[in-house]
Design a protein around this ligand. Structure first.
Ligand SMILES: [Mg+2]
Length: 422
């Protein structure tokens, strides 16, 4: 593993004092049975000791089109008569432009099974644990209801990029038609921005690039021109590092990782310094998988079991396969010597040790051929060069899936066969 990964998590450990239990908003994720009471589970005595995390884009849907084998695949995971879940199942997506409950409703409609919000982990879900920032004034970026999403995660003082642009209209000058010569008279009273939360790629990139750099250069108060470059800059929490993702188009589309790349390079050009993330969450970060396991174990508890083997089904080698393999190693290191890894200690401290987590023993990556990396389209093995900056260089073995399948139906049948289930 690269030192940068350790450094990233060490940085995180320095700034965080959060406990998984301490946040009221996090309690909704706690593993008490009452929080999962709305879920329907089969009480079969054949309760498995494995569970599955599914990626969504490129595995279940392409854009808003459901992939043909997906409904059939999920039929295998529920009871034929009652339609109750019989395999612990959650959905872990790097999407961040919607609320969990809305994504659960979409999944229920797409798959003809009842999916609850407790089964959905979004890229931003781990930010519930970052309580140190919940009472700071944060600038939130992305598209969709980002203000609402921030409040749902526990942030209390939120300014969106749109609100910032309206407060400081002269700063947004790339589009000549949107230029405003006169600054607002009240912008000097604007409270200092203390942190930035990046949920996903915005629209009108030029506006977000300009105003974000402005905020960083002015130490959070873009009404005053900087006299020196702040070092360190204000904290940045970023979700979803996918350089590309798969929608309806025939080729992968730029994702939030592409936007982050632009920000990093512009900041370096302007200041000569590296932009440093306080935290990067979403796949492939271990903290997202740790959070995902926490949620999955809660689902499994409804079956009277804990999950010892996790399968992660995804279409993106740089995100899903790399992330699952990274988490598998985290589990191995943790089992071998709990005190050896500062990285592990950091995540454990953040999530809160012993909070309903019995501890998986292994995490297996399962690649499908219906999304970002299709062997039919590219005819060559995928590369990890597209991985997020703070996760490079990557061990090449981490790009190898434990199972390689054509689609999500084959992925599910392969897992059930391997587990001798039905
Ligand atoms: Mg995907």
């Amino acid at each position: 593993m690269s030192k940068k990964i350790h450094n990233n998590y060490l940085n995180t450990s320095l700034v965080l004092t959060a406990s998984y239990c301490s946040s009221p908003s996090v309690k909704g994720q706690n593993i008490s049975c009452s929080h999962f009471s709305r879920m329907s589970f089969s009480s079969s005595s054949l309760s498995p000791s494995f569970g599955i995390m599914f990626d969504i884009d490129g595995v279940i849907v392409r854009g808003k089109t459901v992939l043909p084998s997906a409904p059939e695949a999920f039929k295998l995971l529920v009871d034929r008569q009652t339609r109750d879940w019989r395999i612990p199942t959650i959905f872990v997506t790097n999407a961040g432009n919607t609320l969990r409950i809305e994504k659960a409703e979409q999944l229920s409609n797409w798959l003809n099974v009842k999916v609850t919000e407790e089964q959905v982990v979004m890229a931003h879900s781990p930010l519930k644990m970052f309580t140190e920032y919940h009472n700071k004034h944060v600038l939130v970026m992305g598209q969709g209801p980002v203000g609402q999403i921030a409040h749902s995660l526990g942030f209390t003082k939120v300014t969106t990029m749109d609100q910032l642009r309206h407060t400081f209209p002269s700063l947004d000058s790339c589009d000549h038609k949107r230029r405003r010569a006169a600054p607002c008279s009240f912008n000097t009273y604007f409270p200092m921005i203390e942190a930035v939360v990046m949920f996903g790629e915005p629209v009108r990139w030029e506006t977000s690039l300009q105003l974000l750099i402005d905020v960083l250069l002015t130490d959070g108060h873009p009404s005053t021109a900087p006299t020196s470059i702040p070092n360190p800059h204000i904290p940045i929490l970023a979700c979803n590092m996918d350089l590309q993702w798969m929608a309806e188009a025939i080729m992968p589309r730029f994702g939030h990782g592409a936007f982050l790349l632009c920000v990093e390079n512009l900041y370096k050009k302007v200041t000569g310094q590296d932009l440093v993330y306080t935290a990067l969450v979403g796949k492939p970060s271990e903290i997202t998988y740790r959070h995902g396991e926490h949620v999955l174990q809660g689902v499994a508890r409804q079956l009277g079991k804990s999950v010892s083997t996790i399968y992660c089904v995804g279409d993106n080698v740089c995100t899903d396969i790399f992330g699952a393999n990274l988490y598998h190693r985290y589990l191995q290191v943790r089992r071998q010597n709990k005190a050896v890894s500062s990285n592990s200690r950091c995540i454990d401290r953040l999530v809160g040790q012993g909070v309903g987590l019995s501890g998986a023993e292994e995490c297996h990556s399962v690649l499908v051929n219906t999304g970002v990396f299709s062997k039919d389209d590219f005819g060559c093995p995928p590369t990890l060069e597209h991985s997020p900056r703070d996760f490079l260089p990557v061990e090449s073995s981490f790009k190898e899936p434990f199972l390689s399948t054509e689609n999500v139906l084959e992925a599910v049948t392969s897992i059930l066969r391997r587990e001798n289930y039905d």
